[in-house]
Design a protein around this ligand. Structure first.
Ligand code: FES
Length: 164
């Protein structure tokens, strides 16, 4: 790695780094660039590594604390790697009374997760949500953009197999 035009030591051969530098070049000097640039950076990396936030801060002449503050304020930004498949298990009232907890427990156990989080192989990220707006299908979960309802613990695990 060598000193780059962005002022950081970054690997210009890395396709992600090249894409980030292209995004930075587009936003440099543009008012209100921080959030859209962070969004693009997250699309490229899947999350916002610290070094990427540093590069964004340097490129926009902002203190790192400002970039970090924005990245931690908005729920859309993630500071840790996320899985290829995002599982959102509903724990809202309708789902709760129809067995969401046992569905959630079976998924946690199968994925080896204690709470919410990401599997080591980055295949899945597990989250809980208050309502998916699919209460008639309770208990329900989403995997990426797909809604799956009337789940049982076993059915939930079968569904997950569809997402490599
Ligand atoms: S409470 Fe689960 S979808 Fe609404």
């Amino acid at each position: 790695m060598s000193a780059c035009c962005c002022g950081n030591f970054c690997d210009r051969e890395d396709p992600k780094q090249r894409a980030l530098q292209a995004a930075i070049a587009r936003y440099r000097g543009v008012a209100g660039a921080l959030i859209p640039l962070l969004q693009e950076a997250q699309e490229i990396y899947g999350y916002l590594p610290g070094e990427v936030m540093e590069q964004v801060a340097n490129a926009l002449n902002l203190p790192f604390s400002k970039v970090f503050g924005v990245a931690t304020f908005y729920a859309q930004f993630h500071l840790k790697p996320r899985g290829r498949n995002i599982i959102r298990v509903c724990t809202g009232t309708a789902c709760h009374v129809r067995g969401a907890n046992s569905v959630l427990e079976s998924i946690r156990e199968a994925l080896g997760l204690k709470g919410e989080g990401t599997t080591e192989d980055l295949r899945y990220t597990l989250e809980t949500v208050a309502c998916l707006g699919a209460c008639g299908l309770a208990p329900a979960m989403m995997v990426n953009e797909d809604t799956h309802g009337r789940l049982t613990p076993a059915k939930a695990l079968e569904v997950l197999k569809q997402y490599p």
